[in-house]
Design a protein around this ligand. Structure first.
Ligand code: DAH
Length: 343
């Protein structure tokens, strides 16, 4: 991989050296930095290489890109010079160069990595699933009844693509379908988390967006009890925010778990006093959880008489907002550098 990147780098430098006019420069820019360029393809494939190698290769890709881009920019600024073969009048070569902007991971991504680290240390594996999901996985196999409001077209985004039973695909409304997908290739005992982007047809406000992130969790083994679930989540929340944070457990209903609970934590933005973020209640709803419903275990080809399990779904955005003290979820997706550059 390394030698491949070096080869691309060398090729680019050579081609750029001979570039004499702006058409050629633009062509080379597309060839080396465009969406279909080999560099872009390698960057996309990075998830397939060994985890320890990723930062090294990732950095190399960025270095190569940055260098090629800097040369192209430099040449573009001297465009007239290239065209006419002499410096334009008033061209001052002693002016300092424009420093390149260096990017970094989005706060949501940084935060997801923090969460993954906590669960990996507890022995969990990290798995992923598709964002465009069939209704079978998003609803049916999770025991969500046909008339459940979350299936409503007003609540969710359906797309034209249809599955074998002529049902429209849906932009997944939660990460829960990854539980079922993961169990296609696994047998208990399992401990996994599945982070990713999900979609809802929400009216946006400080606490709601039409796309956001969740992290699913699933544990299946013999003798798993609800106390294991509450203990795990309390430990997770305390590792994230410190021992002073309070949690409260409320009964709730989810079709895929029985019994089901919601876990709230004290609002860190107002220390439980009440603010717009926590709707003045002092508590933030952070996750839903419960004991995996026997029907769902059966859909995973797991015998509910032999095994039990718990599952949970965390709202990543809310956790991130509390962690970094952000008071409006929309900032995350606004693309506003004044926000992004603070992390
Ligand atoms: N899927 C639920 C949602 O999006 C969250 C959730 C609740 C996930 C309970 C779970 C669970 O795994 O057990 O609202």
């Amino acid at each position: 991989m390394k030698s491949k990147l070096e080869k691309i780098h060398k090729e680019a430098l050579k081609a750029l050296k001979d570039a004499k006019d702006s058409d050629t420069l633009e062509k080379l820019e597309r060839q080396f930095l465009g969406r279909k360029a080999e560099l872009a393809r390698i960057a996309k494939d990075i998830k397939n290489i060994a985890k320890e190698q990723r930062p090294v290769i990732g950095k190399l890709i960025n270095d190569v890109k940055r260098d090629i881009s800097a040369i192209i920019q430099e040449k573009k600024q001297g465009k007239e010079f290239l065209a006419k073969g002499r410096p334009p009048s008033g061209w001052d070569y002693t002016l300092p160069a424009i420093a390149p902007n260096v990017g970094h991971l989005h706060p949501i991504t940084q935060f997801l990595e923090t969460i993954e680290d906590i669960f990996i240390k507890m022995g969990y594996e990290v798995v992923e699933g598709p964002e465009l999901e069939s209704q079978k996985y998003n609803f049916d196999l999770l025991n969500v009844p046909e008339d459940h409001p979350s299936r409503d077209i007003q609540d969710t985004f359906y797309v034209d693509k249809k599955d074998a039973r002529n049902n429209s695909y849906v932009l997944r409304t939660h990460t829960s379908p990854v539980q079922i997908r993961a169990m296609k290739t696994r047998k208990p005992p399992v401990r996994l988390i599945a982070p990713g982007r999900v979609y809802r047809n929400e009216r946006t406000d400080a606490g709601h967006e039409t796309n956001f992130y969740q992290c699913e969790g699933l544990v299946i083994d013999r003798n798993i009890r609800i106390t294991d679930l509450i203990g795990t989540l309390e430990l997770f929340i305390k590792r994230l925010y410190g021992d002073n944070v309070n949690i409260r457990v409320r009964p709730h209903f989810y079709p895929f778990t029985e019994p089901s609970i919601d876990i709230d934590m004290s609002c860190l933005l107002c220390a439980g006093e009440g603010c717009p973020f926590c709707k003045r209640s002092g508590w933030i709803e952070t996750l839903g959880a419960g004991m995996v419903h026997p029907n769902v275990l059966k859909n995973m080809k797991v015998d509910p008489k032999e095994y039990s399990g718990f599952a949970f779904g965390l709202g990543i955005d809310r956790f991130m907002m509390l962690y970094y003290q952000v008071n409006d979820i929309r900032l995350s997706y606004s693309g506003d550098l004044r926000f992004i550059e603070q992390f």
